[in-house]
Design a protein around this ligand. Structure first.
Ligand code: SAH
Length: 353
């Protein structure tokens, strides 16, 4: 059976006659949350049964959900081949955040990231990427709040390494007859895969861009993020300077603070120098520690001092709150932890109506 979620509306319009059926079905699936063609009573009966035979319109089952004391939830979504995709829902009063994965594992091997230790298992399909959003949305947001969320591509994987599938998923989520997510509510985070950033710059609809920096000099970044050996900082910054930004839009730079490695006042000054002339915003992320990682998180005082240096040099700098640490849901902690305690038969499907 073909997965419904893998398709853009324009593709479905080519398959279905008359073409407006694609719009009808898109609305039923993404706006009315129907997960069975038989419930789509605006379709002719015969079409309903033929669709049911050919297309799977059920969301993938949730293998396990972890609930943090701070309200954050981590999902392991079971894929057709038995692999798991990780998704995090971070509740906020006004607008929550859904953090999705683009790959199972990751090929980039950043030394401070647990996902980096897994290596890459495989790319996620467009449908597997889009379905993560729907699962987190439907499980957490009441109907009247259903659109109150942003999406960040900051889960497992390097989104620009899986460029075509990621962009297709974003177009599906962006569709006016689907979720109708504005690109301004989506942030794509990359470790700096330059050809991907350049390609992104030429898209008709572009999400917000976040760059994971962490090292402010090539020496340091080469050591922490091997991708820097291929695309060094000066090339990266050059491409970012030319990246198209809307009025008041900025590029976000994520900077992980590692004790004794990236957290000194000199590091902060290097960062100031690097970002000169760029419409930037910096998110400082004090390391989320893990036994497998050979780094420590700096003290709060050191974090504050680092932030103050940036602010003194007129750079907006925020310290990322550490959410969902108790369930391994924080940045860099996604690593299939506790994935195998429950047999697949016990995976549960969301009853989303
Ligand atoms: N590959 C993409 C998407 C992953 S985003 C990227 O690199 O941007 C994950 C974010 O978490 C990145 O900004 C990364 O620098 C950060 N991160 C990774 N490991 C971390 C850790 N142990 N503690 C805090 N942040 C971490």
């Amino acid at each position: 059976m073909k997965s419904f979620f893998d398709n853009e509306r324009s593709e479905l319009a080519e398959l279905f006659q008359p073409a407006f059926r694609a719009t009808q079905i898109f609305k039923s699936v993404y706006q009315l949350w129907l997960d069975d063609f038989e419930l789509m009573t605006d379709l002719p009966k015969l079409l309903r049964s033929s669709l049911s035979e050919e297309w799977n319109v059920k969301l993938p089952p949730v293998h396990r959900r972890f609930d943090s004391v701070d309200g954050t939830r981590r999902y392991l979504m079971r894929l057709d081949d038995g692999e798991l995709a990780e998704t995090v829902f971070i509740p906020e009063e006004h607008r929550s955040t859904i953090c999705i994965s683009s790959q199972v594992g990751c090929a980039l091997a950043c030394t401070f990231c647990l996902t980096g230790q897994l290596g890459l298992t495989r790319h996620l399909t467009p449908g597997e990427i889009a379905a993560q959003v729907l699962i987190a949305q439907r499980d957490n947001l009441p109907w009247e709040m259903r659109d109150s969320f942003n999406i960040v591509l900051m889960g497992m994987g390097e989104p620009l390494h899986n460029y075509d599938n990621v962009m297709k998923a974003l177009r599906i989520l962006h569709d006016e007859h689907g979720l109708n997510m504005s690109m301004s509510r989506i942030t794509l985070s990359t470790a700096g895969l330059l050809p991907g950033v350049e390609r992104l710059a030429s898209e008709p609809a572009i999400p917000n861009l976040a760059i994971s920096l962490t090292g402010a000099t090539n020496d340091k970044r080469n050591e922490l993020m091997p991708i820097n050996r291929k695309y060094p900082l000066e090339q990266l910054l050059d491409v970012i300077r030319r990246f198209p930004l809307k009025h008041r839009q900025r590029v976000t730079f994520e900077y992980v603070l590692l004790r004794g490695v990236t957290d000194s006042p000199e590091d902060a000054l290097q960062l100031v120098k690097l970002l000169k002339g760029i419409r930037a915003k910096v998110n400082l992320i004090p390391l989320n520690e893990a036994d497998e990682l050979g780094y420590q998180r700096p003290s709060d005082a050191v974090v504050e001092k680092f932030q103050q240096i940036l602010i003194d040099h007129h750079i907006s700098a925020f310290v990322r709150k550490n959410r969902g640490n108790d369930i391994s849901a924080a940045c860099g902690q996604l690593k299939k932890k506790w994935a195998d305690q429950i047999p697949a038969e016990q995976d549960s499907r969301l009853d989303c109506r």
